[in-house]
Design a protein around this ligand. Structure first.
Ligand code: NOJ
Length: 445
């Protein structure tokens, strides 16, 4: 497999996000985000990690962009910290925040890198969370303002946009399971957040379309193939419930199909009221130029009456003795291939971009270098799977590795490295891993 097998117009890049990389939490007039607040709560983040400094992208963006360039990538995906540009979430614009992103964008262009901006990558302004956050009835007004400020300030130079990063991730982990900020555990909040995210996704697309000339507008969805542990009916049904939530809940309304259907699943039935209101079905739909796919693991589930709503429980990869990363996530490139094909089979997806792909391995720095063979192996397998789908006719336009540098992995803190570049968080020293060199070599041919 060679990089050129993917075609000469294929986009190769890396992705990062504001909350995970920037730091500078208290600098430049930035307001607090839900992660600043959440990470102060005892026991929420492993090792008590706080995203105040992270890998200091705020000060080191020039060096980091040089790394992106040096490794041979062409696209740099990053997100805008909402509370850096609108410290109160809405209202007053913080000029210093705008200037920071202008500098990052200009530096990309100077280096010949294509900037790709994610509007929302999980870091809601804390001020908005105090007023209900993603579950609020006035959420759309806030999001409209945020998207408009981004489009009008950056749209002259940024032509590649991703509206939301993994809406299933931040709505379920943040409002239902409570593992992520803001740490809520309420099904009502979850459902409201889901609907707000669905609407914001489409509305964000419309705002960008209206304000940014020549924009390529996408959004990104997480997905995970769900396998039943056995062929018993209760396991099969548990897998179907998990599947509809993980793989259909957000993409189907975005494609104009409304919320998905599944018999005997009361959680979902509550959403169907929105399908009936024509104006909502319309409002949830946007004709995206590309759909971003992010697939980190395949799941096997078993029926469990004690798990609320879904009644499905994960059977861990380690107990099934199948390959997995250091976060216990099943490595299964065939399943990644099948998910790509499945999204493509909707027929109305014009283009697919792999907007994130990567793996956590707890690397060892030995005599100044990191030989992360497992990560290289992971990328080789996942790239082969993407290439197979592409050769079979799926219109895949790019692959973005997650991620450039080790960073703040949400509730896992600083103990779950995904980077192609190692970061010593005490000194901020960067060391390119073998996987980074592997990409550099791969992208040459
Ligand atoms: C997807 C998320 O978008 C990203 O923020 C996260 O770090 C990776 N998954 C790995 O968990």
């Amino acid at each position: 497999m060679k990089a050129t097998d993917f075609g000469s117009d294929f986009l190769w890049g890396v992705a990062i996000s504001a909350a995970q990389n920037e730091g500078g939490a208290l600098l430049g007039g930035r307001g607090a985000s839900i992660w600043d607040q959440f990470s102060k709560r005892i026991g929420k983040i492993k090792g008590n990690g706080q995203p105040t400094l992270c890998c200091d992208f705020y000060h080191r963006y020039k060096d980091d962009l040089m790394l992106v360039k040096g490794l041979g990538f062409q696209v740099f995906r990053f997100s805008i910290s909402w509370s850096r540009i609108l410290p109160d979430g809405t209202g007053r614009v913080n000029k210093e925040g705008i200037a920071f992103y202008n500098n990052v964008i200009d530096e990309c262009l100077e280096l010949g890198l294509t900037p790709m901006v994610t509007l929302y990558h999980w870091d809601l302004p804390y001020e908005l969370e105090k007023q209900g956050g993603w579950a609020s009835t006035v959420f759309q007004k806030w999001f409209h303002r945020f998207a408009t400020v981004c489009a009008t300030n950056f749209g002259d130079r940024v032509k590649h946009w991703i509206v939301l990063n993994e809406p299933m991730g931040f709505t379920s982990l943040g409002y239902l399971i409570g593992k992520h900020a803001p740490g809520k555990t309420s099904v009502t909040h979850f459902m409201s957040a889901v609907h707000n995210a669905t609407l914001a996704n489409a509305e964000g697309g419309r705002i960008l379309r209206g304000l940014v000339r020549g924009a390529h507008i996408g959004t990104s969805f997480s997905c995970s193939e769900v396998m039943p542990f056995s062929q018993k009916q209760e396991d099969v049904q548990a897998a179907q419930r998990a599947d509809v939530l993980l793989n259909k809940l957000f993409i189907e309304p975005a494609l104009g199909r409304g919320y998905p259907e599944l018999n005997n699943f009361p959680l979902l039935e509550k959403m169907h009221i929105h399908n009936k209101a024509w104006k909502y079905k319309e409002r949830m739909h946007f004709n995206f130029d590309f759909i971003g796919i992010q697939n980190y693991f395949a799941l096997t589930v078993k029926y469990n009456a004690l798990i609320p709503y879904v009644h499905a429980n994960e059977v861990k990869a380690s107990s099934r003795k199948v390959p997995h990363t250091d976060l216990g996530w099943e490595i299964n490139a065939d399943s990644f291939y099948r998910m790509i094909k499945r999204f493509w089979l909707y027929g109305s997806v014009k283009n697919i971009m792999i907007t994130e792909s990567g793996a956590c391995f707890r690397d060892k720095l030995v005599a100044g270098s990191i030989n992360d063979e497992l990560r290289i192996n992971y990328f080789q397998q996942y790239l082969r799977a993407a290439l197979k789908a592409k050769k079979e006719g799926v219109n895949i336009s790019g692959f973005l590795a997650w991620t450039l540098t080790d960073n703040f992995e949400w509730n896992e803190g600083f103990q779950a490295p995904f980077g192609l570049v190692h970061v010593d968080f005490a000194t901020q020293l960067r060391t390119i891993k073998a996987s980074g060199y592997w990409f550099r070599n791969f992208l040459r041919y």
